[in-house]
Design a protein around this ligand. Sequence first.
Ligand code: FA5
Length: 350
Amino acid sequence: MDERILKLKGEIEQKLSELSELSELDKVRVAYLGKKGSITALLKGMKELAAEQKKAFGADVNKLKEFAAQKIDEKTKELQEKQIELEIKSMPVFDISAPSSQETGSYHPITLVQRQCETIFKSMGFTVEDYAEVVTDYECFESLNIPKHHPARDMQDTYYLENGQLLKSQTSAAQNAILRKYGPDLIKNGTPIRAIFPGRCFRNEATDACHENTFFQMEGVMVDKDISISNLIYFMKTMLSEVFRKDINVRLRPGFFPFVEPGFELDISCLICGGKGCPSCKHSGWLELCPCGMIHPNVLREGGIDPDKYTGFAFGLGLTRLAMMKYGIKDIRDLNSGSLKALSQFTDDE
Ligand code: FA5
């Protein structure tokens, strides 16, 4: 074999064995295999050789070329593996048994009271339903005995969308769907309808300490044979005593909602000021919390249920206001503030 070939082979082996940086490898490749590299130069120099030498020399240079390419590839792989090992070693060790150095998250106070109410109502046989935030005029008003142009629509300043749908202004918007969903079971098997449906509501409100434009309600309905106002009062009392776990003053007064007859406003004595009057209760000492009433026959009929055979009650609990009262939050706007300092101090007391 030509001496120059042997010399280059030794040189390549030597260089590669000394090399420890991946970035240097390309320089070696260019130095030997590149257009101006030493091996390429040997091939170019072949034209000066005698014809009988050319074949053997050419074959040896090609073997050297293959050898160099293979050795460079092997070295690349070796250095890449070493680099990965180094990276792994330099990564911080994750010890799952180590105590957390970071703060843990917490539930929003509205989520806490919602979950608590869900537990209370589930224990009394109610199912928990989910419902859309964008609903139709029929769902939010017409099915609830509020035809188009009825003045009761002015009680809520509703956000309408360009397509005619609207942002749910009250969780009552789900009543018709719930009656239709569980009505057949009631009629066929006598299984009472008992459902709650918490959800976000939207109204174009001027905000103050007890009004938000985005707030949560939790609707509840129960329909069966012989359901009366006493049943309604029993469920409301049970819910409030379970949520507050202490005696609170409640008052029931007549209230008008076209989808209930009779209708009531259930107010609780303001727990922020102890009933003396403050901005949270609009200085009245009382906070409107849970309007309710006996479901209007027209609403039952619209839900596919015969009002001559069945009766029921419905309520619309103000979950956001309940969270205010339960946790002593003076201003409703704090609940939508996104301030972790303000919102992470509450815990589940169940
Ligand atoms: C209603 O929304 C009726 N759908 C409730 C109802 C259901 C009546 C079933 C009868 C039968 P109202 O607009 O009063 O009613 O709202 C109900 C509760 O939601 C209020 O008592 C209050 O606690 C809460 N609420 C209403 N508007 C706001 C607001 N802007 N910010 C915070 N909470 C509100």
